[in-house]
Write a protein that binds this ligand. Structure first.
Ligand code: IMP
Ligand code: MG
Length: 182
């Protein structure tokens, strides 16, 4: 697979994100809210790059309608979200594409009455964004290119790649063919 962003580049930016969050939330009751499933790799790395007390929680977002950009209807599952009342929340996701998912997440998290909400993502596809919201923190701005790895999937595959890659047509086909061989 063609490497788009290397492990080393990711590590540098993710560490910087952890330091920045630590600086901005020193003395604050911070909860980092990871969005399942795409943020799990980023979440594990970001929290270990922080140096302040914080809590980690999870929320689930999924859109059905296609394996690639998932432009279907957004479903948010808040069943795993703990009490956030009065806490400062950073919603952490893998990618900010159109921004619809993050807007939905804000609405869901607001109902828990936190003190504040900000968003952090690994990737921001700036020229795909159609919402007024922007990510407060991002590691990389990328062009409109379909990428996988480091938590990002195609048809739920490729999340385990340690780098961000651009799959070719053959690799995409192979990921779909997995469905029939199992
Ligand atoms: P949204 O358009 O910002 O709502 O993003 C919707 C979802 O599309 C993201 O959470 C990802 O799961 C998925 N997505 C968007 N772009 C990519 C990509 O390049 N690779 C993998 N998943 C993506
Ligand atoms: Mg996805």
């Amino acid at each position: 697979m063609q490497v788009f962003i290397s492990e080393l580049e990711i590590q540098e930016r993710v560490s910087a994100l952890g330091r920045r969050i630590s600086d901005q939330y020193t003395g604050s009751p911070l909860t980092i809210l990871g969005v399942l499933t795409g943020s799990i790799v980023l979440l594990a790395d970001v929290i270990r790059a922080t140096s302040i007390p914080l809590r980690v929680a999870l929320i689930q977002a999924s859109s059905y309608g296609g394996a690639r950009t998932e432009s279907g209807e957004l479903t948010i599952n808040s069943a795993l979200v703990p009490d956030l009342n009065g806490r400062d929340v950073v919603i952490l996701d893998d990618i900010f594409d159109t921004g619809n998912t993050m807007v939905g997440l804000y609405e869901a998290v607001e109902s828990f009455q936190p003190a504040s909400i900000r968003s952090a993502v690994l990737l921001w596809k700036t020229n795909r964004t159609i919402v007024d919201l922007k990510p407060d923190y991002f590691c990389f701005q990328i062009p409109d290119e379909f990428v996988v790895g480091y938590g990002l999937d195609y048809n739920d595959e490729f999340r385990n790649l340690p780098f961000i890659g651009v799959p070719d047509e053959e690799e995409l086909r192979a990921a779909v063919d997995q469905d029939v061989s199992t």
